[in-house]
Write a protein that binds this ligand. Structure first.
Ligand code: GLN
Length: 200
């Protein structure tokens, strides 16, 4: 059985656990080193990247997680999780660290006040289909290296890159774990993480 962890220090952990269960894997919260070592892949949820960064260090998980990611542990980072996976941040707070799994610069709280929170239709490039995406004080990808694949662009807000893949790491500006009221869940992003884990 494939087991995927959700980093459970802060943020919308439960929604990701549910999405992972829907795509048929065992989903567990990760707060300690032994739990990190037991998973086949990891989700870093949305929340507040500055808090997640601080708690990773308080829980002695920062260095081991960084090393696991450098070793190719499959990972999905959403929103604050995208910020955590970036190599560089614009608009971070003094001393804010990231895990550097994806060679990209992200801009924190990039969409500004008016679009603090929004829902848009994106094209999910892996299959060319439409994806309904929820953004909440989201970052966007400002720049990235040549070996980063773009998975989705937000055409409604100036063609911003909002989903990327680099090796076994996926990051989205939006919240694929959020199920909009009255809609059926769209778990393609979590399914891609599972494909990466199972193809390893
Ligand atoms: N603005 C938050 C941050 O900087 C991210 C928001 C979110 O994850 N919904 O971490």
């Amino acid at each position: 059985m494939t087991t995927i962890g959700v980093l459970a220090l802060q943020g919308d952990v439960r929604e990701h656990l549910h999405a992972l269960e829907r795509v048929g894997v065992e989903a567990v919260g990760v707060r300690r080193l032994a739990e990190l070592e037991a998973v086949d892949g990891l989700v870093i949820p949305g929340g507040e990247s500055t808090t997640i960064d601080k708690l990773l260090r308080i829980f002695d998980l920062y260095e081991p997680l960084k090393a696991s990611l450098a070793d190719g542990l499959p990972v999905l980072g959403t929103c604050a999780g995208m910020i955590m996976l970036a190599s560089d941040i614009i608009g971070g707070i003094e001393g804010q660290q990231t895990l550097g799994a994806i060679p990209m610069t992200v801009r924190r709280n990039a969409f500004g006040r008016q679009v603090d929170s929004s829902e848009v239709e994106l094209t999910w490039r892996p299959d060319g289909s439409t994806m309904h995406a929820t953004f909440i004080r989201a970052p966007w990808v400002e720049s990235f290296s040549d070996d980063v694949e773009v998975l989705a662009v937000d055409e409604a807000h100036g063609d911003r890159t909002v989903a990327v893949r680099h090796g076994n790491a996926i990051a989205t500006s939006f919240h694929p774990e959020v199920v909009a009221p009255g809609t059926t869940p769209d778990d393609r992003v979590h399914a891609l993480l599972v494909d990466i884990v199972q193809g390893r």
